[in-house]
Write a protein that binds this ligand. Structure first.
Ligand code: GRF
Length: 212
């Protein structure tokens, strides 16, 4: 399966996917990385791994739709079958999302449907939640709301702060994202008509990996 990864920043999740591929834990191939920022460190990671990169800067395009079209064309050129959003900090147009529905996944640093959007660690601390984590989900037009596939769950410790939670959630992300990508590549997870399936059965709630 040909995979493209869309990034905007550090790219530690991209690195986890590259590492999984190098360790032959991934039957897919990352054929290209697109960044909307020319200085994203993720681009260095891709180059280091000899993966083709494209910088498609949103700020040089007149509208979101034209920017998304440029990405769409690149993805078609690479014959991409799975789009992996890994810290890609742009909201995608409905047209783009529809074109890739069932073929595009995202990772979000919360136990969705809790805490869509930004500042998830702070919001967890403010609420005093006992559990926190991250979610891999299919992307739909509504932000952070598509069918959830796998969650990494951790227990919030008394001494946790935003930094420690961010670090612990990131570590979990690096485990669950390559796992989901592999499940999609080997068809353990499939998508049909807006619904996710795991081993042929409808996935009504996400699978969970708990790290206490
Ligand atoms: C991750 O926390 C992910 O959940 C969110 O963006 C962050 C990306 O981190 N969508 P990195 O660039 O992969 O290090």
């Amino acid at each position: 399966m040909k995979i493209a990864v869309l990034v905007s920043g550090n790219g530690s999740n991209l690195q986890a996917l590259i590492d999984a591929q190098l360790a032959q834990h991934c039957s897919g191939t990352i054929v290209g990385v697109i960044s909307n920022k020319a200085d994203a460190f993720a681009l260095q990671r891709a180059k280091q791994a000899n993966i083709e990169t494209q910088v498609i800067e949103h700020k040089v395009y007149p509208t979101r739709e034209v920017f998304d079209d440029a990405m769409h064309q690149q993805l078609l050129e690479w014959e991409v079958e799975l789009v992996v959003l890994a810290g890609f900090m742009r909201i995608l147009s409905e047209k783009f999302v529809r074109a890739w529905e069932g073929k595009m996944i995202n990772i979000h640093p919360s136990l969705l449907p809790l805490y869509k959007g930004m500042h998830t660690h702070q919001r967890v601390l403010n609420t005093g939640d006992v559990f926190h984590g991250c979610t891999v989900h299919y992307v739909t037009a509504e932000l952070d709301a598509g069918p959830a596939l796998l969650q990494g769950v951790l227990q919030v410790h008394q001494h946790d702060n935003v930094e420690t939670l961010a670090k612990r959630v990131h570590e979990l992300e690096h485990v669950i994202y390559p796992q989901v990508v592999e499940w999609i590549c080997n068809q353990t997870i499939q998508h049909q008509a807006g619904q996710a399936f795991y081993k042929g059965q409808p996935l009504l709630k996400p699978l969970q990996l708990c790290q206490m």
